[in-house]
Design a protein around this ligand. Structure first.
Ligand code: GLV
Ligand code: GLV
Length: 325
């Protein structure tokens, strides 16, 4: 009989095509993700799991899946999965790097421009009927030309953000755990600086690191204190990289100019969060990779990873390839 797989949400149509003749597929039909208890029950009956950021794939869940052969996540990040527990059981974990790089870099720039030129406030101003006349000091933002863009984490997405900067006459600096080669720096037109210096010198700071113990609340009170009063913070990476209380205090007191977030801690942001009362903050609901083309590519890639795992082949995109050696 065919191997059984569980897909934790409905995916873009055609995304599961690679799996159709190879597996018995169960798809969670609800809009909300399956509760952890449901996942625990499902995982006992399946060979493959296709999951999302919204699923907690912890050690207990992984060890409960006695017949589980592969975990395939439709996302580039995998901070919701206990990779060590999967590796201990020699279960490969797949992800979807690369295909969402451009979409996420595009959204980063969209938020950056919205924050710099106060687009959301301006739009609300028009709809509220406040537009009376052209005014010399109405809704003034900040120029990108001549400004310094600081990229925290120069991986695939950070690089794609840097590449998009070239037409704006920006100085681009970056900090990173691993400094990139001189050739890559020259090709991207970026300059390496220490993290604290990046915080001090940037007019716009954009975060592109993975979430880990080291990057949890990487931006908190001490880091905000180093930033310029005119600084704008962009986060399209993971919410928990920024301490939300520190962000609130900082924006509320005008210690930096503004922020734009596509990710929050927690997600979704509670409606009573004080952050939602701030005018100098833009929030979108984790839509970095949300384009038709990109989501189909992600789903197809996740399906191909899953299929490889079911067929005992190495996953095309595996986050724990050490299980093969
Ligand atoms: C989205 O946030 C992803 O990690 O793919
Ligand atoms: C994600 O794809 C990254 O490496 O930035």
């Amino acid at each position: 009989s065919l191997p059984k797989i569980f897909v934790t949400r409905q995916l873009p149509e055609r995304g599961l095509n690679p799996l159709l003749s190879h597996a018995e597929i169960e798809i969670w039909p609800e809009r909300q993700p399956p509760a952890y208890e449901i996942l625990l029950e499902k995982v006992q009956q399946i060979d493959g799991l296709l999951c999302l950021l919204t699923d907690r794939i912890d050690e207990q869940l992984i060890n409960t899946g006695k017949s589980l052969k592969v975990i395939s996540q439709m996302a580039v990040g995998y901070d919701n999965i206990d990779i060590k527990a999967a590796t201990n059981r020699k279960i490969p974990v797949g992800n979807t790097p690369g295909v969402l790089t451009d979409a996420t870099a595009d959204l980063t720039w969209a938020l950056l421009m919205c924050a710099a030129r106060r687009i959301i406030e301006s739009e609300q101003y028009v709809r509220a009927g406040s537009w009376q006349t052209w005014e010399p000091t109405l809704l003034l933002g900040t120029d990108l030309s001549g400004a310094t863009l600081g990229i925290v984490g120069l991986g695939r997405i950070g690089e794609a953000v840097a590449r998009r900067a070239s037409g704006f006459n920006l100085r681009v600096i970056y900090s990173s755990r691993h400094r990139r080669s001189k050739e890559i720096e020259a090709a991207l037109g970026v300059e390496y600086v220490e993290f604290n210096r990046l915080l001090q010198e940037s007019d716009i700071i954009t975060l592109h690191t993975a979430l880990s113990k080291e990057t949890h609340h990487l931006i908190s009170y001490a880091q905000f204190a180093l930033m310029k009063r005119s600084a704008i913070l962009i986060n399209t990476a993971r919410g928990a990289i920024v301490d939300p209380q520190a962000l609130y205090q900082t924006l509320k007191s005008g210690q930096i100019a503004g922020a734009a977030l596509d990710v929050t801690e927690p997600e979704p942001i509670p409606l009573d969060s004080p952050l939602l009362s701030l005018k100098n903050l833009i929030i979108t609901p984790h839509i970095g990779s949300a384009s038709y083309q990109t989501r189909l590519k992600m789903a197809t890639m996740a399906a191909n990873n899953l299929l490889a795992g079911l067929l005992n082949q190495p996953l095309p995109y595996c986050v724990n390839p050490e299980i093969y050696s």
